[in-house]
Each structure stands twice: as C-alpha cells, then as structure tokens.
Design a protein around this ligand. Structure first.
Ligand code: ATP
Ligand code: MG
Length: 349
C-alpha cells in the first residue's frame, strides 16, 4: 500500500521511484520554437487589434499550467508559515504552532503540511516515518502524531534521497500534497514553507483559496473586530539579523502581491539567556523584526527565545510545546498561536 501511494504521488511527473534522482528538461521538437515565443514574434504588423490578440494568446498559454484556486476539502483555515530566508526557524515554528493551536483549544483539529519538497523536516520533528496509505478514493491518508495530521514529501521518498526537480514537477507535487490527501475535517492546516519566493510559494498561493482584496484590506485595518471569513493567512518568521530581514521583507511583499493576507511577523532567536548567570545576549540582534513589522505596517505576533531545548526537542521528535509546555519557549509558541487565532475571523459553523 505504501509503495503504491508513493508511486501514485510521483506518477503525474513520470519520475523514477524510491532513491531515484530525476532531472527533466522541457521537450521540444527539432526546429520548433516554444509556443509563447512563436506567438510573440509572429507577423510584423503593429496594429492594436493584433497586439491585443497576441497578448490574449500569450496570457492563455502562460496560464495553462497554473493550478486553480479552490477550497481544500474538509479544511476550514490555512495558515502559511514562511520567510524568505532559510534556517530562521520556520519548520520549528510550524510544528510548535500547530501543536499550540491544538493545545490552546482541544476542540480544534489541526493538520500540518510540509511544503518543503527539497528538504522536508516535518517527519523528523514530528517523529513520523513510513508511507501514507491510500483510501478507497485513492487519497493519501496523513500520518498522525500528537493528534496532528501530517503530510510531507519525506513520507514518499527515502530519507537520504535528493529531490532534483524543477518548475512544473515541484508545482505538481505541491498540488498533490495539498489536495490528494484525505485531511478529514480540519480547523487549521498549517503549511511549513521552504525558504525563498519561488515555485513552491507561488504554487501554494495559487492553489489555496484566498479572500477577496476587500476582505484582506478590512483584516489589515480592523483584524480584531472583523468577523468575516477568510480561508488563508500567512505568518512571516525571521531572526532579527539584517541579512534575514531583507529576505523576510521580500517574503511579506510576495504574499501581498498574490493577495494572501499577512497576519503578522514572528521574531525568532532574538534573545539568548545564559543558563548559568542569566545574562541575556542578542546574538542575532534585538528588535530587527519589530522594526520591519513597523515599516510594513504589520503586527508582531510574538518573540521566541533562542534556547537549546527548542533545538534538542525538535531534533528528537518531541517538540517543546508537547515535551516542555511550562518552558518560556513553549509559552511563547502558545501565545503566538493565540494571537494568530485572534486575527483569523471566526469561520461560519
Ligand atoms: N528558538 C530557537 N532556539 C534554538 N534553536 C532554534 C530555534 N528556532 C529554530 N532553531 C533551530 O534552528 C535550526 C533551523 O530551524 P528550522 O529548521 O526550523 O528553520 P527553517 O527556517 O525551517 O529552515 P529551512 O529554511 O532550511 O527549512 C534548527 O536546528 C532548529 O532546531
Ligand atoms: Mg524548514
């Protein structure tokens, strides 16, 4: 069953199986130009009608491969954890925030999607291994731990196998991980994004349902009193160091461009307290993310301290919110989850 699920997930891209490495290049017949460039260069007329027709044709061609925005069956709200920069604590936060959402309200069902196709972290952080089973409807059943339903590319390939894909293959994989999964009934689906603002980010943004621009604007201005229903919000996480902030800004701007409301920013690793003398050090800077939030006119959702237990517990598959709920770090994640929920309008029953 497991092998079937895996083969099935890769089928669309016609890729080699377990342990395999796949590289593709766009196919082109000899002497044949890509349709878009042919359309662009055909004819010499500069008349307005023809230009318009060419533009339409080009738009049509370019939009052909794009996924359609539609709801994910059974999922009420989607929460994207992102940052332009790598290694700033997205996955750690995604895991702990997913657990915190469930811990804060035991009536809520929470799922976690690892959208990091190239470097999935969720299986290890959530202490999960194995292949998803297929349901009679041919959907993948998420693997579950600590009450959280998880899906990851890491369940479909060997731990050590590199994924060497690009473009449409990655986009197709993201769509499958989102939609070809039996999520059951989820109040929140937390998505752990890879670093950057590339194919995966675009693919996720284009796949998930997004509130119309008016609702987004209302949320930005009056998020606490707003009762309207949105399906998706993004949270940007960064360390306060300049080099990370540059990319975090790009991340936030990207979501604005694709009309995903940014609920706020999380500052990670801003303070380290020496366990012996209690002296506090700002290894990556103190307030960089707060300043960035101000300049983007966004809220700060909270600060997570730099602490060895956050790293150790994630590496051992027992995230700090579950294993040390009384610790400062766990309390920070729990508070951030609360702030997120306050900014997500109550969905209709
Ligand atoms: N608050 C924290 N205190 C201590 N260590 C942390 C903290 N947050 C994250 N880490 C550690 O920092 C490293 C990077 O974290 P993580 O993998 O969550 O980042 P990421 O942004 O998801 O990285 P990538 O871009 O590669 O996916 C990990 O070793 C993690 O355990
Ligand atoms: Mg990660």
């Amino acid at each position: 069953m497991g092998a079937l699920a895996w083969r099935w997930a890769l089928r669309a891209a016609r890729l080699p199986g377990r342990g395999g490495v796949a590289v593709t290049a766009p196919r082109r017949s000899p002497g044949c130009r890509p349709a878009a460039s042919a359309a662009m260069s055909s004819g010499s007329s500069s008349s307005g009608t023809r230009d318009e027709a060419l533009r339409d044709k080009r738009t049509q061609i370019l939009s052909r491969g794009l996924p359609k925005q539609k709801p994910i069956e059974g999922v009420k709200q989607v929460l994207i954890l992102a940052s332009g920069k790598g290694g700033v604590g997205k996955s750690t936060a995604a895991v702990n925030i997913a657990l915190a959402l469930a811990a804060n309200d035991s009536t809520k069902e929470v799922g976690l999607l690892d959208a990091d196709i190239y470097g999935p972290s969720i299986p290890k952080m959530m202490n999960l291994k194995g292949n998803p089973e297929l349901t009679p409807k041919n959907l993948m059943r998420p693997l579950k731990n600590y009450g959280i339903a998880c899906m990851s590319m890491g369940f479909l390939i060997e731990e050590t196998a590199p994924v060497v894909w690009r473009g449409l293959m990655v986009m197709s994989a993201v769509e499958k991980l989102l939609r070809q999964v039996d999520w059951g009934q989820l109040d929140y689906l937390v998505i752990d994004m890879p670093p950057g603002t590339g194919d995966v980010q675009l693919s996720v943004s284009q796949n998930i349902p997004i509130a119309d621009a008016m609702v987004v604007e209302t949320i930005r201005k009056t998020h606490l009193s707003n009762r309207k229903w949105i399906e998706t919000g993004a949270v940007i996480i960064s360390t306060p160091q300049d080099i990370a902030l540059l990319d975090a800004r790009k991340g936030a701007e990207m979501f604005r461009k694709v009309h995903v409301p940014v609920l706020g920013l999380v500052q990670n690793m801003s303070v380290f307290q020496c366990p012996k003398c209690k002296h506090e050090t700002h290894i990556f800077g103190a307030d960089g993310v707060r300043d960035l939030a101000k300049s983007l006119r966004l809220d700060i959702l909270g600060d997570i301290p730099l602490h060895v237990n956050v790293r150790e517990t994630c590496d051992s598959g027992q995230p700090v919110v579950i294993s040390q709920p009384q610790s400062d770090a766990a309390k920070a994640y729990l508070r951030i989850a609360m702030e997120i929920v306050r900014r997500l309008p109550v969905p209709p029953a």
